[in-house]
Design a protein around this ligand. Sequence first.
Ligand code: F6P
Length: 477
Amino acid sequence: MARSGASSAGRLVVVSNRVADLSAKCQSGGLAVAVAHALKGSRGLWFGWSGETSEDASTTPPKIETHGELSTAKLDLSPEQEEGYYYGYANRCVWPALHYRLDLARCSEVDAETYFSVNARFADALMPLLEPGDTIWVHDYHLIPLGEELRLRGCTARIGFFLHTPFPSPEVFAAVPHQKRLGRALMVYNLIGFQTEADRETFTRYVASCLDGERLRGDLLAAHGQTSKASVFPVGIAAEEFARLAETESAKGPLLPVQDEEMKTIIGVDRLDYTKGIPERLRAFEALLAAYPAHRRRVRLVQIGSPTRETLPIYQEVREEVERLVGRIHGRFGDLGWTPVTYLHRAIPQHQLARLYRESAVGLVTALRDGMNLVAKEYVAAQAARDPGILILSRFAGAAEELKEALLVNPHDTNEMATAVDRALNMRRPERWARHRQLMQRIETGNVGHWRDSFLAALGASTFGTAHYPGHNLGAA
Ligand code: F6P
């Protein structure tokens, strides 16, 4: 993979809430998968939360591990910090707002203060690990204030930020308590990266309407004396590598039991998050079986639902609803020889996923809102060029801005989705070939290397705002 952007002498320092276990076979969530690929073979540091809590976390330094030229540094959180920062402000308040679910946003003052103080603690712990010439790349909504905290401690490195989620319309983001503190902290970064043009546009409108800022020229924005660049870098996958993995894995034969050569598989793979539209997908599958009896005993839905944020009640509710719907479909349509839905409540390793995608005639991605959705890209990359399956993709996933040859659907419209599944199951090869060729081209061109290199090139070219941060945000509401 060609490397560019980060100064040739300096390291790339990635900071994200989760730091992937680089030796693990399953990574949950698009961020860990993308960053792990982007950092492969780099001289760099990946800094973040260990995923663990300990009572003496605040006084314990980060645990450092070395994997070739790449080191990871992981900090524990105290139970109170995990609750207020991760479960509280980040995932009970900001996450729902970013996904247009203000009805689910619960924001307490304690959570917000814990979030900002954990970001300050991350900055304290990161500063001594930095070296001259480093380029810092901060990821996602957990760590919005980190760049500002680093500047306040005298860091003069280039610092970029990438938002993996959608950025909602300004009217929605304006309802988040402390949104101005977040918005101004974003403006401290040299570069703010978004997944889609739509996200960049809503952020630009937000800067104008809520931060009294303005668009200077092109992607340059100014607010409160800070100038930053907001650009679009759709996150990609290691397309060729994933395609090769699927090819090798498929040679081992089918992973799913073959009771009937004619049986077609529809695959869904998600964290069990309310943003992913899994109940909506199950209802669409049920509607398909009801409206098109010819598919009964001829199709099965395989749903992989990996556990996520399970202590939050809304995530327990999603799991219960999914399990109730799976049971209902079995009771209504299943028989002694056919189980319509195979549902696993766990993550599965990449090589098995690649094989599952490959043997599935339809990839069903029905997110109600999603920053990008890398499952959509992985599904396409895993297909056999001679007999490719069809991707059905929600219009509200960031991937829909790029993957125009998928069957695009409104996940709120059960019948539209059922019709799309029927169409995909019946689609003839020439149409599937044409769609797959074009999708594959897009996925290869916009792969994870391109995402990394274009972000770092833009960050490397930024010449403003690297020093003398006046610190106007401290204590600002
Ligand atoms: O992609 C969005 C995201 O929040 C990532 O930041 C995160 O790694 C992933 O979803 C998984 O969520 P969590 O880290 O809360 O398990």
